[in-house]
Design a protein around this ligand. Structure first.
Ligand code: BZD
Length: 823
């Protein structure tokens, strides 16, 4: 890149300027005129117009980052759950009003065009959305940063319900055109796979190993703008798309298997075809490892070749970059950097190891043992033979250290080995990341503590200083400013608009919690948000909900540990009490329970739970007495776009995982920031939310982590709770008898028998405490003024959960990098 590239200027920041640019785009890029333009044409022209306003900032940011060669953060993540781009670009560039007026002058409605955009669903859930929040914050804080990932042709599946059961459909998000991306085939990168290694002696007489790959693919980078919020910065998200090579590089393939190579080319493009829809339970599929290596190999190569000055001495790499590993998915980057340094750049092993360790840090996002990725040695050896050798050597040297420091404790050595021997010889990716990374962090206080005390206890004893915590956060731009314009306006009126980039300022709202007029307006905003939700669910799903009821929301991936079943047992209990006459209808707090959840397509139990929710919902809705006070709404295909309307409307946020299982949660933060009260267990970031908002403004219930562990240890017997609790027994019996399955008792039998015999996540043990807490909720909700006071306090005290704060913590504790000062 030359350093004196003349920069283009932005279109004029005015309604007239916008109209001009818009019509030009419609003509020149879409090749049409207003009268003939389809909704998609109009949207695409709008997206491109907005893009133009960001372009000079983007180019300037890129030039500045190259010019200063300041230390940069490279966020390596297999997932980015971005949400719609147009809305965010509009607020970042302060163009919302101008665009709305400009379009209106041309007879169009901005909101209608926004709705045309299909969100890029390039992630499964929390982990992918977190990555999207982080890149937003980094840009807003002017931190030199780049996000690296995969440009999946198909994102997370679209969910439909057929007879209440989940059916998955492909998410062809690119079909309508992709106005936010910039392909750069000229910067394609070759990535090798397979083949074998051979030993040789180098010119200095040293024994070395080299990789003779069997086949290769090309990675084409696609750049996406990551606009900072009104700060003149636009960072880059670079996602890689796989292409077949045009021709074979004879040198590379001399030793390879030509036939295999040809066959493999056909499959090359499968690598970035589809996002794996499993979260928490990795499937260990070969294509998945190919995806992982593909994107990190492209990214490291890209950073070295494109972002460093020519001739840069890689011994100094840690001064220029830190690679943050978003869970274990990119961990194969560690042996890849070692390979580049040792094999390609002739580094001594020890020097390469020093550099590599300083370049990587690892974030763990789970506590479930089954979620810790392991790759069979056989597979790694077949796909990446040189990397396997490197991993073996890393392990060998590490275990020698363990032996030395433990006085030869072979049990400890076996426990800590990066290579597991059972059930099949495998590479433990979390251990590799822990050994190689300079820092390891969990994503909430409790999670980090449990990592230190349980999951990675041996490592924490070995390297206490390596372990740290960074509590997750969410971007207030998307999840408050954009999603909740009513509340944003109210806050800004009260305390000014500084909160958007300095969320601690929300504290200044505290006194307003005691201001009756402010509370009234807060309730007015909530009511308006509920009306918006009513319209959305009506139009999108044909679901009718009553905005005058308490909106009780549980949205997140469907997983047993998150305990959607506990919420459902509450619904069934209410149904039972109302239909049996035990609970007079006029004593019930009218409620709408909203679920949103996708299940991994292969996760049978999760899919059964979805069916049960829908079936219970249908029976509840069909009962004229019950449905006056209780409704269940389960809109299909919950995604970021739906979240943006749903969360601001919620009264009650359900965060009810079994303590010690949810690493952090981030939905919990979004709800609190939008003034919903939480009913929750002492789990993940709930713990920190409760501490901050105060016990009076949070409905805590359930076992604590030590209690749950103790029960598990002593032998948990769920049937005992069933036997001793009549209310629970009746609820489960209703399901077991087929009340929600047309009288067919067999349909949901697996759910009931699993709860009675195993109930791994202690739904039955927490049932009564949950019901009691829901009664506390009802009593509190009966006093709207007191409820809204608590809600305002939730907003005022949740500023800590800005992802800007998370980024500051990463910068201070892990990255040791700093924002760019003005250009
Ligand atoms: O990460 C989630 C945790 O479950 C949440 O508690 C936490 O808040 C977020 C962000 O830290 N983990 C995931 O979302 N995990 C995945 O999506 C995933 C995806 C593929 C493979 C394994 C896990």
């Amino acid at each position: 890149m030359t350093e004196t590239t003349p920069l283009i200027t932005s279109p004029e920041h005015s309604v007239e300027g916008f109209v001009r640019e818009y019509l030009r785009e419609l003509n020149f890029s879409q090749g049409t005129v207003l009268e003939r333009a389809t909704a998609n044409d109009r949207y695409l022209a709008l997206a491109r117009t907005v893009r133009h306003y960001l372009m000079s900032r983007w180019m300037q940011t890129t030039v500045d980052q190259y010019r200063t060669q300041a230390k940069a953060v490279a966020y390596l993540s297999a997932e980015y759950l971005l949400g719609r781009q147009l809305d965010n670009a509009l607020i970042a560039s302060d163009l919302e009003e101008i665009a709305a007026e400009a379009l209106a002058s041309l007879g169009m409605d901005l909101d209608e065009l926004r709705a045309v955009e299909v969100e890029p669903g390039l992630g499964n859930g929390g982990l992918g959305r977190l990555a999207a929040c982080f890149v937003d914050s980094l840009a807003t804080m002017s931190v030199p940063a780049i996000g690296y990932g995969i440009r999946y042709e198909y994102g997370i599946f679209r969910q439909r319900f057929v007879d209440g059961r989940q059916v998955e459909e492909p998410d062809n998000w690119l079909a309508g055109g992709a106005p936010w991306e910039f392909a750069h085939p000229e910067h394609e990168v070759a990535v090798a796979f397979g083949g074998r290694t051979e030993k040789y002696t180098d010119d200095d007489g040293r024994e070395r190993s080299r990789w003779l790959p069997g086949w290769q693919v090309l990675g084409v980078p696609y750049n996406y703008m990551v606009p900072g919020y009104r700060n003149g910065r636009v960072n880059t998200l670079r996602l890689w798309s796989a292409r077949a090579t045009h021709a074979f590089d004879l040198k590379t393939f001399n030793y390879g298997d030509y036939a295999e190579a040809v066959r493999s080319q056909t499959f090359a493009e499968n690598i970035s075809k589809v996002l794996y829809p499993e979260d928490s339970t990795p499937q260990g599929k070969e294509l998945r490892l190919q995806q992982q290596y593909f994107f990190v190999a492209c990214s490291i190569r890209d950073f070295i070749d494109q972002l460093l000055r020519p001739g840069f001495d890689l011994h100094d790499l840690p001064d220029r970059i830190v690679f943050q590993l978003n869970d274990t998915h990119p961990v194969i980057a560690i042996p890849e950097l070692m390979r580049i340094l040792v094999d390609e750049r002739g580094f001594e092993w020890d020097d390469a190891w020093q550099v590599t360790q300083r370049c990587f840090a690892y974030t763990c996002h789970t506590l479930l043992p089954e979620a810790l990725e392991v790759w069979p040695v056989e597979l790694v050896g077949r796909l990446l033979p040189r990397h396997l050798e490197i991993i073996y050597r890393i392990n060998e040297e590490f275990l020698a250290q363990v032996r030395e420091r433990s006085g030869g404790d072979e049990l400890l050595v076996r426990r800590m080995s990066i290579i597991a021997e059972h059930p099949v010889r495998s590479v433990r990716m979390a251990y590799l990341a822990t050994v190689a990374g300079s820092k390891v962090n969990g994503v909430a206080e409790l999670h980090s503590q449990l990592l230190r005390d349980k999951v990675l206890a041996d490592f924490a004893a070995f390297w206490p200083e390596k372990f740290t915590n960074v509590t997750n956060g969410v971007t207030p731009r998307r999840f408050v400013k954009l999603a909740n314009p009513g509340l944003s306006g109210l806050i800004t009126e009260a305390i000014g608009d500084g909160w958007v980039t300095d969320l601690d300022r929300l504290r200044e709202l505290e006194p307003f919690a005691d201001d009756a007029e402010f509370r009234r307006r807060f309730r007015e905003v909530k009511a308006g948000n509920k009306d918006r939700l009513v319209s959305l669910l009506g139009a999108r799903d044909g679901i009718e909900i009553d905005p005058a009821t308490m909106l009780d929301v549980m949205v997140k991936r469907l997983h047993e540990y998150k305990r959607q079943l506990l919420k459902l047992l509450h619904v069934v209990t209410l149904y039972d009490r109302i239909t049996s006459g035990e609970l007079p209808v006029d004593q019930v707090t009218p409620r709408t329970v909203v679920f949103g959840a996708k299940a991994a397509p292969g996760y049978v139990m999760a899919k059964e739970i979805i069916a049960l929710i829908n079936h219970v919902g249908a029976v509840v809705d069909a009962d004229p007495d019950v449905s006056r006070v209780l409704r269940v709404a389960f809109p299909a295909n919950y995604n970021v776009t739906v979240a943006e309307t749903l969360i601001p409307a919620a009264d009650l946020s359900e965060q009810i995982s079994l303590a010690g299982k949810e690493a952090s949660g981030t939905g919990n933060m979004k709800f609190a920031l939008n003034g919903a009260l939480t009913i929750g267990t002492d789990d993940g970031a709930n713990v920190e939310i409760r501490k901050l908002v105060g016990d009076d403004n949070f409905f805590l219930f359930g076992l604590t982590e030590p209690e749950a562990s103790a029960i598990a240890e002593a032998g948990y017997r769920p049937a005992a709770y069933y036997e001793e609790n009549p209310s629970l027994r009746r609820a489960l019996d209703l399901v077991a008898r087929g009340t929600f399955s047309g009288g067919d008792a067999s349909v949901f039998e697996p759910i009931v028998s699993n709860l009675l015999s195993e109930d791994r996540f202690m739904v039955l043990a927490d049932y009564q405490a949950y019901l009691d807490a829901q009664e506390r909720v009802e009593r509190a909700y009966a006093d709207p003024d007191a409820w809204s006071r608590s809600a305002v306090l939730n907003v005022a005290r949740s500023g800590f959960f800005s992802s800007d704060r998370s980024m500051r913590d990463y910068l201070d504790r892990i990255w040791r990098a700093a924002p760019l000062t003005s250009s």
